[in-house]
Ligand binder design. Structure first.
Ligand code: NA7
Length: 554
């Protein structure tokens, strides 16, 4: 260690660490473990009262893992964890994932280095001492050589600013900030705004007991059968027996799951009958495998895309009895270019007498009153409003943290037009700051616990590199950020993803720079990180370590 004061000590009212971690969700928890194992002193801060991040907050009814699922949405750093943890279902419930994370926190004694109920309100780089300083809403002041922003890609709720919404006097909940106490829908008239994953997971659950559910839909969605099922003891045993081979497959896969690559076949290579047969087989089988086993060019070719979109539109028409409602549910964007959604009884919910669809494109919301929502067609009295309106995703939580880098420049200023970054990890002007799952990384397109582990491994190696060479600061040069932005953009532009308005492109947040920021090929991304390491951290600039006396003893 070079910079003074020494780690994990207190001078005046400031605590000093090697590494400060913001966030104690899946990524922040692993950061605590990883850097502690390296012998560094660490402190994590989280506004919540316990670990879990997204799994702590998203307690809405029906919340489940909606990716390829258990038992592979998990940490891989400890074989013992795989040995001792049983997953009950393929699409684990929120509570099951949180129990797993609590087990991890207990097993590795993570909580002793995490301060809960603490919101970090000021984060500033001190050029003289080459340290980050933070201040929290509880009056804590701390400094660290390295800042790890594990703030979550989907953790800053998007709350729509609709006229009168604050006048609504009934219960109002955002799915991403759901209360910890049970919420009863019994006998209530509920309006749900939003039909993304959270709306589509929660609507069928709410409809089971509510007197009435009004679904306020802005954009109809493609959704696929979740096909959740129990995981048997034999299946868990098999997963454990094959764990080493499975890990190899996971590492090689573009999304970080133990799946084969998509077939090397275009949808247009098959006859309409062959295509229909494949789509039907995948639909019956359900789960995220649909997207991982379908033709490779669904998200690339407009024509191929249309074949699957038409298939799903046909399914919606089959499931929903009322033709007028079915037509309102018909999505018209490229399928898979908004976050693919797994559903369980969503389309069927519209066959219930107590569920009504309000198509906001035809019948927009005018305002809220104390007792209801007024759309162009009239007032709908409600007792409860559920905002399933999503998040300021990917970059939103970094902007909310808004660290101040060199010269006091804020991230908001630096990112006013583009989310400049290198490797999805670092930003020039913000030395020794690392982002997890930020823009420019595979983030939400990758198995997120695994992505956090792999990004943390790279950062850990980078810290060792600095220490071995007595370097005090690392940050990307502007040219490498530009080249990285171009690389991310070129991969995305070969697909249909940037052509649809979605939270992937920032289109759900007014005024946000609108473009696709995710590195789409996860496996290639980690090769690129390794290349940069092997080339002595090419694209980065370094500063020698300044000792406290040189820095004026700060
Ligand atoms: P999403 O996928 O961003 O969905 C939000 C939904 O809310 C979506 O249907 C939006 O319509 C709708 N929305 C947002 N703002 C408004 C306003 N002002 N008026 C009407 N409708 C609105 O968020 P989720 O929470 O469902 O899912 C996010 C991820 O969390 C998901 O991928 C899972 O991994 C977990 P739009 O499509 O923008 O027209």
């Amino acid at each position: 260690m070079t910079n003074e004061p020494p780690a994990s000590q207190t001078s005046g009212s400031t605590e000093h660490y090697d590494v400060v971690i913001i966030g104690a969700g899946v990524s922040g928890m692993y950061a605590v473990h990883h850097f502690r194992e390296m012998g560094l002193s660490v402190r994590a801060y989280d506004g919540a009262d316990d670990i879990g991040g997204t799994w702590w907050y998203n307690r809405y009814p029906g919340a489940r893992v909606d990716g390829p699922g258990s038992p592979y949405y998990c940490y891989t750093f400890s074989d013992e964890l795989m040995e001792e943890w049983d997953w009950a279902e393929t699409q684990s419930e929120q509570s099951a994932v949180l129990e797993y994370l609590e087990h991890v926190a207990d097993r590795f004694d993570l909580r002793r280095d995490i301060q809960f109920g603490t919101w970090v309100k000021e984060v500033r780089y001190q050029e003289a001492s080459q340290r980050w300083t933070i201040e929290t809403d509880t009056g804590v002041r701390a400094s660290a050589r390295f800042l790890i922003c594990a703030v979550g890609a989907l953790s800053t709720p998007n709350k729509p600013d609709i006229p009168g919404i604050h006048d609504f006097a009934g219960e109002c909940y955002h799915t991403g900030h759901w209360p910890h106490e049970p919420v009863s829908f019994e006998g209530k008239r509920v309006a749900v705004i939003g039909t993304g994953s959270s709306g589509i997971q929660s609507i069928p659950e709410i409809a089971k007991t509510a007197a009435h559910v009004s679904v306020l839909q802005r954009t109809p969605q493609f959704a696929f059968p979740a096909a959740n099922r129990p995981i048997s003891a034999a299946e868990m045993a098999e997963a454990r027996a094959n764990w080493a081979a499975t890990l190899e497959k996971i590492y090689a896969h573009t999304g970080g799951f133990p799946c084969d690559p998509n077939p090397d076949r275009s949808a247009l290579d098959d006859t309409p009958e062959e295509r229909e047969a494949l789509y039907e087989e995948l639909w019956q089988q359900g789960s995220f495998k649909f997207f991982l086993a379908v033709y490779f060019d669904i998200a690339v070719s407009e024509e191929s895309n249309k074949t699957l979109a038409d298939f799903v539109r046909g399914k919606i028409r089959e499931i929903v009895h009322d033709p007028a409602t079915a037509e309102k549910l018909m999505p018209d964007h490229f399928v898979m270019t908004k976050r693919p959604i797994l559903e369980d009884g969503y389309f069927e919910a519209f066959n219930r007498d107590n569920v009504t669809l309000i198509d906001l494109r035809e019948d927009p919301i005018e305002r809220f009153t104390a007792t209801g929502v007024v759309t162009e067609s009239g007032e709908h009295p409600i007792d409860m409003l559920v905002l399933a309106t999503g998040f300021d995703a990917i970059s939103g939580s970094m902007l909310r943290l808004n660290p101040k880098g060199r010269g006091g420049l804020s991230l908001k200023e630096r990112w006013s037009e583009r989310f400049h970054n290198y490797l999805g990890l670092a930003v020039s002007g913000f030395p020794n700051m690392f982002m997890i799952h930020g823009p420019g990384s595979p983030g939400v397109f990758y198995n997120m616990p695994l992505g956090a582990e792999r990004q943390m491994a790279w950062i850990g190696d980078c810290i060792r590199h600095l220490d071995e060479r007595e370097l005090g600061a690392i940050e990307p040069v502007d040219e490498s950020e530009e080249a990285w932005g171009a690389e991310v953009g070129a991969i995305a532009d070969a697909t249909l993803f940037p052509r649809t308005d979605s939270w992937w492109t920032g289109a759900n947040i007014e005024g946000k720079p609108r473009y696709f920021t995710t590195y789409l090929i996860g496996s290639l991304y980690y090769e690129r990180l390794a290349e940069v390491t092997a080339a002595d951290y090419q694209g980065f600039a370094f500063e020698p370590a300044r000792h406290a006396e040189d820095a004026g003893g700060s």
